[in-house]
Design a protein around this ligand. Sequence first.
Ligand code: AN7
Length: 351
Amino acid sequence: MPHPGVIEAYRQYLDLPSHTRVVTLLEGNTPLIPLPAVAEVLGGGFELFVKFEGLNPTGSFKDRGMTAAISEAAGRDVKTVMCASTGNTAASAAAYAARAGMRCIVLIPEGKVAAGKLAGAIAYGAEVLQIQGSFDDALSLVVDLTSRYPVALVNSLNPYRLEGQKTAAFEICDVLGSAPDWLCLPVGNAGNISAYWMGFKQYDQAKGTALPQILGVQAAGAAPLVLGHPVEHPETVATAIRIGRPARGEQALQAAEESSGRIIASTDDEILAMQKLLAGSGIWVEPASAAGLAGLRKQINEGMIHPRGMRIVAVCTGHGLKDPEIVTRGFSYQALPADAAAIEAVVLKGK
Ligand code: AN7
């Protein structure tokens, strides 16, 4: 049977109301790709996989939660949805709202949304408003406005978002036959780590698939869950997780603790180095998506995780195409003469 999208694939495990009317782009069923070369760089002796969520319909994991949130809203004839976003939620909400025939309004932090995400939200027809503030300011505004207008909030405060997102944990268990020893992933607003933990626990109860330890990784300049207090002015090259007051922070800390895992921070340099290392294995992800593995590398180097004999899954949440400027920054656009000699001199002679 062809993959029917995450709601139909896992309906019996999802707590969605009976009025839900499925709106899907056949999201999910993303590949779990082995990363032997990266595992070697990290010391070797263990199995490493990437759950490449950038291969979802709008290029990020958000589609799993958005099909659920929009389907629930569609079932009660919601006309307008709204979200705050660092970019991926915006593009995903815009696409699913378009498919459902709804209006979509997104608030984004001024000047901090990567080009591919902004373009996506606009292309799918969302009304995109920049605000003179951070993601956290945008989310506060969305919470206020959606409480006063007949508009559905589709950020991960919406519980159906987590119902959809937990399907990624089910897929990992279905492919591996059980949960991995460790799951590492980036943490921003903390919906995804919370959803994975819900999913692993639920599947373990239903099927005895066991539980992973969870390593959540924030960017050092936006690490409220590591610091233990909100960050007023978060800054990081990983703009997707440039979030100072995670809406599901408490739940994320609980997930880390219950799983005997932890939440740590990686610097921008570590994140970009991991983005490059992954690209060397043919997997191009946006910076935030490299944070989980950057954190794993650090934990292994510091002797905090001993991976020998383990099976580890890193969630890469968004595609590299989302943020092209990060990689083209150093590229020279100066054109060469269109003759063989000029090209030979640069890339062939003496190489
Ligand atoms: C690529 O789009 O918050 O911890 O508004 O885009 O569940 O927030 C994005 C978050 C990780 C963090 N990786 O997930 C948004 C937004 C990527 C992301 C995260 C995001 P959460």
